[in-house]
Ligand binder design. Structure first.
Ligand SMILES: *Cc1c(COP(=O)(O)O)cnc(C)c1O
Length: 349
């Protein structure tokens, strides 16, 4: 890692350039996709995907209320309206049986999120998108390397978006993101939009953003990419162990859908007395986090959309019961046992 960073420092080629191109090439090979385009963050990537597809004021995009904020804010940032659809409590992902009811004449796209590292039910979502001629944007921010029926997350829709936020399974030493697509024209437009819409220097075809991946992130990510599969495998093994340890308890473990290669970006369980458990774990020196404590339709900034409490009962219930516990690759078996025992003790007491 140090060598890779030193090379960039010596070359002083900090933004885009050959290091970024080289990492983009590696991702293209890894995922078997035609175009990978490095950008400044996952959030910016979602905005660029929507812009490149021409989604704008007056359009609607269907997505999940149970995700990170940027999933919905990106839609608003291009002037469109997020339309939420409730989730499946077993996977925390969009419930495909509820999508069609939310489609209107203004709907332009569906944006499923592969939450916690497990792909949404893509066959059914793809079928709906095709039937209604909608674009499909995969928010694969948490799912680099995850697979659905043998296909990589991000490669199934019109465009896929990754985040390289440091805590993601493939994380940089700062912010970063990537868009992937097999569509040549779309790729060309995204490449233009990430540099102020310019087709050549100081000639602007349209108005874009400043949203480029920098070389230091690219080299760090390229080194890490070689280890990603091993880390994901380790996370999967950790998840298996938790599942065994929580067997016959009241803890609801995450469900791995058949034909899914879940990469466990988070290991998210559902429990009663969640907030007390969190406090207890903190006291015992065990980290945990709540993803997400308030569903998107209830965020103050989206009040104008007119949603109310009770509109998406499953997302709301999950937001009250979920807690994510340590799952990272380097955990030892003893540490995992300690976490599980501590949780089980809490409920026995
Ligand atoms: C992390 C994340 C993003 C945003 O990515 P950043 O790189 O942090 O901007 C978007 N959507 C989801 C689901 C995420 O988890």
């Amino acid at each position: 890692m140090q060598q890779a960073i030193d090379k960039v420092l010596a070359d002083q080629q900090f933004i885009l350039g050959s290091y970024v191109r080289s990492f983009e090439n590696e991702v293209e090979k890894y995922l078997g996709i035609k175009h990978a385009i490095g950008v400044s963050s996952g959030s910016a990537g979602l905005v660029l995907a929507l812009m490149a597809l021409g989604i704008k004021k007056g359009d609607e995009v269907i997505t999940t209320p149970f995700s990170f904020f940027a999933t919905a804010s990106s839609i608003v940032l291009v002037g469109a309206k997020p339309v939420f659809v409730d989730i499946d409590p077993r996977t925390f992902n969009l419930d495909p049986t509820k999508i069609e009811k939310a489609i209107s004449t203004k709907t332009k796209a569906i944006m499923p999120v592969h939450l916690f590292g497990q792909c949404a039910e893509m066959d059914r979502i793809l079928e709906i998108a095709k039937k209604h001629r909608l674009y499909l944007i995969e928010d694969a921010a948490q799912a680099f390397g995850a697979k659905y029926k043998g296909r990589f997350a991000g490669t199934m829709g019109d465009v896929g978006v990754f985040s390289f936020f440091p805590s993601k399974n493939l994380g940089g030493y700062g912010d970063g993101g990537m868009l992937i697509t097999n569509d040549d024209l779309l790729a060309e437009r995204i490449r233009r939009l990430r540099v102020h819409g310019q087709s050549q220097q100081y000639l602007h075809q349209e108005i874009g953003l400043n949203s480029r991946l920098d070389a230091l992130q690219a080299v760090v990510l390229q080194v890490k990419l070689e280890y990603l599969y091993g880390w994901n495998e380790k996370r999967r093994a950790n998840a298996q162990l938790y599942k065994q340890l929580f067997e016959r308890s009241s803890i609801i473990c995450p469900m791995e859908w058949p034909d899914n290669y879940h990469i466990y970006h988070q290991y998210t369980i559902m429990v009663n007395k969640r907030d007390h458990l969190k406090q207890y774990l903190t006291e015992q020196g065990i980290g945990s986090a709540i993803y997400y404590p308030l569903p998107l339709h209830l965020q103050p900034c989206f009040k104008y959309l007119g949603y109310e409490k009770g509109d998406f009962p499953i997302a709301e219930k999950c937001s009250e019961k979920v807690i994510s516990i340590p799952i990272y690759a380097e955990l030892t078996e003893a540490q995992i046992k300690k976490v599980a025992e501590t949780i089980l003790q809490f409920y026995q007491a």
